[in-house]
Design a protein around this ligand. Structure first.
Ligand SMILES: [Zn+2]
Length: 122
């Protein structure tokens, strides 16, 4: 493909996206998602999330080889067991970030991980 043709394709794609105002639509979709998620989560958890988020750019991190994915300090066996039980949200006692087991878990299949903006199929 000639480079000018490639540039024309890119130009047409960008102008089409501008014409449809997709950025504005995306913003509205994300705003709706934020609203729905905030309504689903308990207030104390949201408050903790806001606090951690002001301190760290990555407020929710995975656990890798028994260490926090944020500060890399080792986690106790008790905390790792709590993570595996999945009865509550867990956080790192060293840096305060929320932590989760990285890999092996299918969050989408989790009953609490439903996007409320989507309707159930009949
Ligand atoms: Zn940490």
């Amino acid at each position: 493909m000639h480079w000018m043709t490639a540039k024309l394709i890119a130009l047409n794609r960008a102008e089409t996206l501008l014409a449809h105002d997709l950025l504005k639509l995306s913003q509205l979709a994300f705003a709706a998602q934020v609203k729905a998620l905030r309504e689903e989560l308990p207030a104390d958890l949201l408050a903790a999330y806001e606090r951690v988020r002001t301190e760290h750019n990555d407020p929710i991190v995975g656990v890798f080889q028994r260490t926090c994915g944020g500060c890399h300090w080792p986690l106790t066996a008790g905390l790792l067991a709590s993570l595996d039980e999945e009865k509550q949200s867990c956080f790192c006692p060293h840096c305060g970030r929320f932590i989760y087991r990285a890999g092996g878990q299918n969050l989408v299949a989790h009953p609490r991980f439903h996007d409320s903006s989507q309707t159930e199929k009949p």
